[in-house]
Design a protein around this ligand. Structure first.
Ligand SMILES: [Zn+2]
Length: 376
């Protein structure tokens, strides 16, 4: 492929957002699909999915509801794909969290059908993007898949998203913040104007999340809540769309991917692991390059993380198995040859990463200690 040619899949064809957006969005569905499947997963969204189905059926559309059993994993994907083909359906609607949305988009892409996403939380920007992450049935990250298009329609109904547990919004804030910390590092030497513009958009998003997240949590009916929820679920996706593959991830997401290989007592949300990954990334910048801005960023971020009850230490992630050996396995996964972690402007080896994971107290003096002693 010509090195000068980039393909950008920037956004869904149509985004309908706001209070009661489902009602407006449902009216657009007959133009896209007349016999869609509607996929979802959790017990928590069961009733919600039933009312979504009813709302769409009012428009004369025949909807078949199907439940996923796992995260976005091949067994489920193959099973649902087969059912969708047997039913001769002509579209895929996914209503749920990031992994459900990823599954819906990927199934639609594989069988060449249009996809419609209805996020039930603001935990990720999966409703927006032309990317899906595949996990094993046990929830271990396997790989991400580039899709051939973004969804045809994204319905972001504030009424629906507001019913999600506050923890999902916190997770979304961390995932949204990661756009800045990762894109600004991975793309720091890019001379591509669109990548630079995407990185600046990530900075504005970071500022908005810093300014508005606390208020968003205390008052879900505030303008701040809307700014934060839409920032996490929509703008974060737009940044990935404009910046393309060159400005997506640096170390925080590869660290997430590595940590999902471990056994958890209680499975954290995607953004919760990414949150810890951002802190580790900043610690790496600090210890590898003596970067004082990274130190400041880590301290500043730590205040917000505490207020939003996000994890900042390995223990906060409820890891049952935190022996050095298993952590080293996670680091090996994060540092695989094709990992985005190698996009950052300094070298990260698995042993250095292991040290950075172990910096639990987030006290800057500990990091300078690592620099001096080379171990922890
Ligand atoms: Zn993410």
């Amino acid at each position: 492929m010509d090195k000068n040619i980039s393909t950008n899949l920037i956004s869904p064809l149509k985004v309908i957002r706001g209070e009661g957006a489902l009602n407006q969005g449902a009216k657009k569905i007959p133009n896209i699909s007349r016999r869609p499947i509607l996929i979802g997963r959790s017990e928590w969204t069961k009733e919600l999915r039933h009312s979504i189905k009813t709302e769409i059926e009012k428009e004369g559309v025949i909807v078949t509801g199907l439940d996923l059993e796992f995260d976005c994993c091949e067994i489920d994907l193959n099973r649902i794909e087969k059912i969708a083909l047997d039913l001769n359906c002509d579209g895929v609607i996914a209503a749920g969290g990031g992994k459900v949305l990823d599954a819906g988009k990927l199934i639609a892409n594989r069988i060449n059908l249009p996809s419609i996403t209805i996020p039930t939380s603001a935990a990720t920007c999966a409703g927006w993007t032309a990317l899906s992450n595949i996990y094993s049935c046990e929830g271990k990250f396997v790989e991400d898949k580039k899709l051939t298009s973004c969804p045809e329609l994204l319905i972001f109904d504030h009424e629906i998203v507001r019913t999600a547990p506050p923890r999902t919004l916190a997770s979304g804030v961390a995932d949204g913040l990661a756009k800045w910390y990762e894109a600004s590092l991975a793309s720091s030497s890019s001379n591509d104007g669109m990548v630079q513009q995407a990185v600046q958009m990530a900075r504005v998003l970071r500022d908005q999340l810093f300014l508005n997240s606390r208020k968003a949590f205390s008052d879900p009916y505030s303008q701040e809540w809307i700014t934060v929820a839409e920032g996490c679920a929509l703008t974060a996706g737009l940044i990935g769309g404009i910046g393309g593959a060159k400005c997506r991830t640096a170390a925080a997401h590869p660290i997430h991917n590595g940590l999902t290989q471990l056994k958890f007592k209680q499975k954290p949300l995607h953004g919760e692991i990414v949150c810890f990954g951002i802190l580790v990334q900043l610690a790496l910048e600090e210890s590898s390059e003596g970067n004082q801005l990274a130190k400041q960023a880590r301290l500043q971020l730590n205040h917000l993380i505490k207020d939003l009850k996000l994890p900042s230490k390995l223990e906060d992630l409820h890891l049952t198995e935190t022996s050095n050996d298993s952590l080293l396995e996670a680091c090996k996964f994060a540092c695989k040859e094709d990992s985005d972690i190698h996009k950052i402007p300094f070298t990260v080896q698995e042993k250095e990463l292991l040290k950075a994971l172990r910096i639990n107290g987030l006290d800057p003096s500990e990091i300078s200690l690592i620099n001096k002693q080379g171990s922890i």
